[in-house]
Design a protein around this ligand. Sequence first.
Ligand code: AMP
Length: 585
Amino acid sequence: MHYSKLVEIYEKLDATTKRLEQTDVISKFLKEVDVADLGITILLLEGRIFPRWDEREVGIASKTMLKAICVVSGEPISRINFEWKKTGDLGTVSYNLIKKKKQSTLGSHELTVKKVLKNLMELAAIEGHGSVDRKISLVAELLTSAKPNEAKYIVRTILNDMRIGVGEGTIRDAIVWAFFGDKLKAEYSKEEHKLMVEDRAKYNEYADAVQKAYDIANDFAPVAEAAKKHGLSGLEKMEMQIGVPLKVMLALKVDNIDEGFERCGRPAEFEFKYDGMRMQIHKNNNDIKIFTRRLENVTAQFPEVVEAVKKYVKESKVVLDSEAVGYSRKTWRYLPFQSISQRIKRKYGIEKMSEQYPVEVNVFDIINYKGKSIISKPFEERKEILKKIIKNTAKKIVLAKSITTSDKKEVQNFYEEAIDSGNEGLMIKKLDAPYKPGARVGFMVKLKPAKENLDLVIIKAEWGEGKRSKWLSSYTLACRDDEGNFLEVGKVSTGLKEKREEGLSFAEMTDLLKPLIKKEEGKEVMLKPKIVIEVGYEEIQKSPTYSSGYALRFPRVIQLRDDKSSDDVSPLKMLEAFYNEQKKK
Ligand code: AMP
């Protein structure tokens, strides 16, 4: 398929913000696409080059892209920079400049989606000495064969900034409409902006099947292929594969032990809630892979975990769910999450980090056993299997500390023990529940004392004054609504350090935020919403100033949450709930 076909679709999607209309456009398109191009098309539609779980990255910064556009357009860097500042989008800049240049030379050979994806994938493989220059020439080569509007979307894809707002939900629905729409007699009415379906229940059944397959594959490409080729049975046959991460099951929150019992039944299992990072560990003989809750591959960063799993997990093919907690070699006590968070992104000095900030893996679930998914088995049975295969070895790998009980008093004591030994609280698990990937369904719930901090994403920042003028030192924070829009809740500038050695510093924050700048206005910069920070506060107040309708009193940065993505940002509903709770007290 020609890339220009896909660009037509991008343009249609660009022209509307209405979700259903976008779904309609995509679903009609997917119906037409040949099965051989379907996977590629879906990835590119999502603005991706690799599936979510794949650790490869093209690794091209805006500055490098600027140079590639310079090579192709023949315009000086200063001009490109000027245009970039003006529009805030290198995609548009390349469109304008290439259009200007190309008027006479149009008609070179057509790009196909295959060729575009192949070249983009090659970028990720370029490393080592001179890699920046080689990347520039590969991008330039692609842009040279591109028409102006093709260049726009290629540039945006590379920079991971598609701006067409196609979310996971849209793609999922588009797959349902495209491949089951006829069966369901589903039709989108543009006038009423509504999906007309005869049998809603049936529709939900198909939508669930697509969602379930997606939760397993973490990639819409194989899901769409299965649906197109084999329909519902194709989706149902999709099996998890060791080595490909599964979305993790998420927890709801309860306020007290009674509510925990109400949710999870009696007896229930109670486990320590460790303050570390989620690790999904795949073991296929000696091939071990470790993924974060965002399904990033962090195997290389945690060599001691790889060793521990090889040594102390007595089964050759398994997938485990666990929490890795940092501990001090001196005191043997657990350390807060921040101490190990710096290991997640590390590329160098890994051995030293592993010496300095070692982790203990606390295993609490198993989702694949002997190469077969066991997510539909009850938690109780999964736990029994776990007990058989983990050789409990302190400070390496252990089963999460737990009790199974119906007795509130016993839970109370266990809860106190958990807090006293430096944990966040308890997790409560429903004994007869399956493992639901990606879902917050209440099969596990958390019980934590006091007020919770918020995880907020930084969407704007401001250059400081005086001695802080080199730093972005004030950050505008946002929560998110159900549609995935980011809504402001105020600004924060306390909690960061002046010196790098002292912890999370303004300088480090500036390093993180600078590559995300979309636009500058005076002292203020607009940012791609990527960096998530945990924020503490005294109180939540109603506020007409910010788009969320709320503001935080005395906000302070607690820590960087580089294990969380903008999808994990605290929902507006949570702020509302906290606000209402506060009023009660
Ligand atoms: P939260 O991030 O506050 O929603 O709490 C859920 C997180 O707690 C999970 O994603 C895990 O990373 C972590 N956790 C710590 N201990 C456990 C445990 N025993 N069972 C399940 N999750 C745990």
